[in-house]
Design a protein around this ligand. Structure first.
Ligand code: CP
Ligand code: NVA
Length: 311
């Protein structure tokens, strides 16, 4: 694995399986002083509930400590050049989790910091969410390979990370987006290469009903992501036929899970009561951010165990 976690595609299939296994073990054990004396900087350009709280708590439960730097406080690239922020923070903390508008900002931070940088959401990816989602699917279904995840909506950061996650682990991925809001070509090409090694099938459509036909998981996210607020009205119109509701869910497999990274806009991408559906596992997803990120922090900060040579 690289020093940083900027994209799900930084991880191999074996590393993802190891993270899920470790997260399941940590979920059982709760508090463990593995990272005593270690500090995480949470460098955020955008608001957050889940990511901020789960990372802070993850450090706390592992015996370490987190420092939250709120949007506007550091002035990344405005008050201070991004490389300088990276070099200064590297002298103080052991790991940085950054939530940025532009993915480019993360790449610069990672290049100039001597400590690991974790993508806590950028305009391109949300790897911690996708990895926690894999953990949730694995817990509920007992496997990943061969399942089908249908994503309804925007080809956005969450969709990109889920597509990589599915392509690496052998899950099939079908996305239904309105014309003009599909997953970008470069991401698709990269995921097709990853899928060639795992047997995952990738499909794109403009028809939500078509996407969910064989789905074991129906997933959606907001129509307007953070940073796109000026496009909200235009997007509401473009996505109006892309709501996940009981009718659409009934077209998927009977035991399909409903997933959403939250925050949700009730009455937009989901119908009013959908989070309360017996098929909804959204709060398990939110909880699993904590367990998965504990495993990730331990992986990035603790030396790898030496392999025992076989005789
Ligand atoms: N799902 C997620 O990342 O939530 P926050 O934006 O609240 O961190
Ligand atoms: N796509 C959303 C995800 C929020 C967790 C956004 O970027 O705002």
């Amino acid at each position: 694995m690289t020093k940083d976690l900027l994209s799900v595609s930084d991880l191999s299939h074996a590393e993802i399986e190891q993270l899920i296994g470790q997260a399941l073990a940590m979920k059982q054990r709760g508090i463990q002083s593995l990272l005593s004396g270690k500090t995480l900087a949470l460098l955020f350009e955008k608001p957050s509930l889940r990511t901020r709280v789960s990372f802070d708590l993850a450090m706390c439960q592992l015996g370490g400590h987190a420092i939250y730097l709120s949007p506007g406080e550091v002035g990344l690239g405005r008050r201070e050049a991004i490389p300088d922020v990276a070099r200064v923070l590297s002298r103080y903390v052991d790991v940085i989790a950054a939530r940025t508008f532009s993915h480019q900002t993360l790449l610069i931070l990672a290049e100039h910091s001597s400590v690991p940088v974790i993508n806590a959401l950028s305009d391109m990816e949300h790897p911690c969410q996708a990895l926690a989602d894999l953990l949730t699917i694995y817990e509920k279904k007992g496997r990943l390979a061969g399942l089908t995840l249908a994503f309804i909506g925007d080809g956005n950061n969450v969709a990109n990370s889920l597509l990589f996650a599915a392509s690496i682990t052998g899950m099939n991925f079908c996305i239904a987006s309105p014309p003009g809001y599909e997953i970008k070509k470069e991401i698709l090409n990269q995921s097709r290469e990853l899928a060639a090694g795992s047997g995952s099938k990738i499909q794109l459509t403009n028809e939500p009903g078509e996407a969910v036909k064989e789905a074991d998981v129906v997933y959606t996210d907001v129509w307007t992501s953070m940073g796109q607020e000026a496009e909200a009205e235009k997007r509401r119109l473009a996505f109006s036929g892309y709501q996940v509701n009981d009718k659409l869910l009934s077209l998927a497999k009977k035991d399909a899970l409903f997933m959403h990274p939250l925050p949700a806009h009730h009455g937009e991408e989901i119908s009013a009561q959908l989070l309360d559906s017996p098929q909804s596992v959204v709060f398990d997803q939110a909880e699993n951010r904590l367990h998965l990120q504990k495993a990730l922090l331990a992986k990035l900060l603790l030396p790898a165990k030496p392999r025992v040579a076989s005789k």
